[in-house]
Write a protein that binds this ligand. Structure first.
Ligand code: SF4
Length: 334
């Protein structure tokens, strides 16, 4: 990984302030930011995420997860080493923490042209930055976007949402959809994850206001969510700011990285979380525990409209984008 000039920074006296994420790292010559990806070299901010990618391959779009965007389509998925957060339970820590010694596979240089060509060749409908934090790919994204648009590929992010408002505004025109990790509710919990709640909520609302397709993911850790007020707080925020139709994925927590001695979440706990969210008013709540948890139910008649397995759509019973009962469904076509 070699560094290239970065955008999204400003002078701060003798130092440089990176403005890509809300950490706003103030860096002297030679210093790297908290992400370990952006570093001041010869008086200029550089990035080591620009085109150095890991795990570039085609996969069902449902595995990202995007359940309400181009069901049955494939997304060419990739990530760059590094993250702006530091979750103890990170499931991709070998690459998210690679710049800080994570020990994952070495990234491979891929030009935007090569990436688009590979996605088209493999029959994908989208390019999806995932596995790690796509905010760190901002410079690459600005070059990738026009090529992807010309090839008819939608652009998607699986993001932690810890992104500066200016960067959200700059990148939103180049995105079709985002799946945002809402990992916690209490501010102290966000702090423990190496982030802060308000910038993530602001970015989430900004993506929605910009007209992007938005889905949400919450890694369901019963220890974290044992206090019902926590879950209720997050649920109420989603309902107030995004409405009841935004897909909300409650994914299973399992031991990993610095939390390797934790207790994995069982399917029953996930089902209970799903029912609690549905009872609160969320219409499209999903869990990755079983097929029932991955199924889209019609909010009008209760029919199973879209059944999904672990690797994508099993059955699509929609007619013209609607349930057979006539109910419109908030699902974006390919
Ligand atoms: S992206 Fe965030 S963590 Fe990395 S250098 Fe910039 S402000 Fe710091």
């Amino acid at each position: 990984m070699t560094g290239t000039p970065a955008a999204f920074w400003e002078a701060a006296g003798e130092q440089i302030r990176c403005t890509l994420c809300p950490h706003l790292c103030r860096l002297a010559e030679g210093q790297a930011g908290l992400c370990g990806v952006r570093q001041v070299v010869d008086g200029q901010l550089t990035t080591r995420a620009d085109g150095w990618l890991v795990a570039a391959h085609a996969t069902p779009i449902e595995t990202k997860p995007f359940y309400h965007f181009a069901p049955g389509g494939r997304a060419f998925s990739f990530g760059a080493p590094g993250c702006t957060m530091s979750c103890s339970f990170c499931q991709n820590w070998q690459v998210s923490q690679l710049p800080k010694g994570g020990g994952g596979p070495p990234p491979v240089a891929r030009s935007p042209e090569a990436l688009v060509a590979a996605a088209v060749e493999s029959g994908c409908v989208a390019l999806a930055a995932t596995f790690t934090e796509p905010t760190l790919l901002a410079e690459y994204w600005l070059r990738l976007a026009p090529l992807a648009a010309a090839a008819g590929l939608a652009l998607l992010w699986k993001t932690n949402g810890f992104t500066s408002p200016a960067v959200v505004a700059a990148l939103s025109p180049h995105l079709a959809g985002v799946n945002i990790d809402l990992k916690a509710w209490a501010p102290a919990r966000w702090q423990a994850l190496g982030a802060a709640r308000e910038p993530v909520l602001a970015a989430t609302a900004a993506y929605a206001a910009a007209g992007l397709h938005v889905e949400l993911t919450t890694v369901f850790d019963p220890q974290q969510w044992a206090d019902e007020r926590e879950f209720a707080g997050l649920s109420a925020w989603i309902l107030e700011h995004l409405g009841p139709d935004v897909p909300w994925h409650l994914n299973r927590w399992h031991p990993d990285y610095l939390a390797a001695d934790g207790v994995p979440v069982n399917a029953e706990t996930l089902r209970a979380g799903r029912e609690a969210a549905r009872a609160a008013g969320h219409r499209y709540v999903y869990t990755d525990a079983d097929e029932a948890g991955r199924t889209t139910l019609c909010p009008a008649c209760g029919a199973a409209v879209l059944r999904r397995g672990e690797r994508g759509v099993l059955e699509d019973r929609r007619r013209g984008g609607r349930c057979v009962c006539g109910q419109a469904l908030p699902i974006v076509a390919a």
